[in-house]
Design a protein around this ligand. Structure first.
Ligand SMILES: [Zn+2]
Ligand SMILES: [Zn+2]
Length: 252
């Protein structure tokens, strides 16, 4: 329930964000032109983003990259690739706003490794755009960072994406229910087999947390899926019935 104080704070926040948009219209992080509605992305660059093409519902790999036998009707009318048919991954659905092509391949690292939170806001806005029409899950869970990495980086990139996404789509955000039990090596330095081994049992869900049935994991980039799969297994063990993943970009 909202109190009078909360309403006042909300009105103040709306007013100051209107003022900020008027005084400092966003400039496009890709080309430098004026952004739209205070966003840091211009309409032309937004239209030219590598929006995700027709992709496998289970792993989000573009289906045109799979072999010829790689299309089978799914009950939602989408398709599943041959590899996910023969070995179904733990995630029921994976949705990616974009593929990891230009300019996503510059925006995502700027956000993740160089502290550019404006790039993170752009990624989150792209996710709202891409996932807004999907059926709503019961909750969103950002893939957590280990405490030591959080201290180093100063922010949790998955949470920075998940917070505005959850609020725009009006989905409850479960922040802090899952944590990284071990400080794993950065996945970007490892090959596929080592990535799987590196994140095995890396997550834990807080004791006595009641997870809702349908949970969506949120992360910035999906490469092999090892991190998301490990996090999904952990959520299933903690009582989730269905786990999906929504990411800003999928590395093909
Ligand atoms: Zn632009
Ligand atoms: Zn697949």
């Amino acid at each position: 329930m909202h109190t009078v104080g909360q309403n006042r704070i909300g009105a103040l926040a709306r007013c100051s964000s209107w003022l900020a948009r008027t005084l400092w219209p966003g400039s496009c992080l890709v080309c430098g032109a004026h952004g739209r509605d205070g966003r840091d992305l211009c309409p032309l660059c937004e239209a030219a983003m590598p929006w995700h093409p027709h992709a496998c519902l289970r792993c989000a790999l573009p289906l045109d990259q799979q072999n010829a036998a790689a299309t089978t009707a799914h009950d939602t009318g989408s398709a599943t690739c041959a590899s996910c048919l023969s070995e179904p991954p733990p995630l029921v659905e994976v949705r990616a706003a974009c593929t990891y092509g230009a300019p996503m391949d510059r925006l995502a690292p700027r956000f993740k490794f160089h502290g550019d939170l404006a790039a993170g806001r752009v990624l989150s806005a792209l996710m709202v755009e891409a996932f807004g029409s999907l059926p709503r899950p019961d909750a969103i869970v950002p893939v957590p960072l280990h405490r030591s990495r959080l201290r180093q980086r100063g922010y949790d990139q998955a949470l920075e994406l998940a917070r505005p996404l959850a609020s725009a789509l009006r989905i409850p955000l479960l922040d802090g229910v899952m944590s990284r039990a071990v400080a794993t090596s950065p996945q970007s330095r490892l090959d596929a087999a080592d990535r799987r081994y590196n994140v095995e049992d890396a997550f834990e869900v807080r004791a006595r947390v009641d997870l809702p049935a349908h949970v969506v994991l949120v992360d910035d980039v999906m490469t092999t899926g090892a991190t998301l799969h490990s996090a999904a297994q952990c959520l299933y063990l903690a009582g989730a019935v269905r786990v999906d993943a929504w990411v800003a970009a999928r590395v093909p």
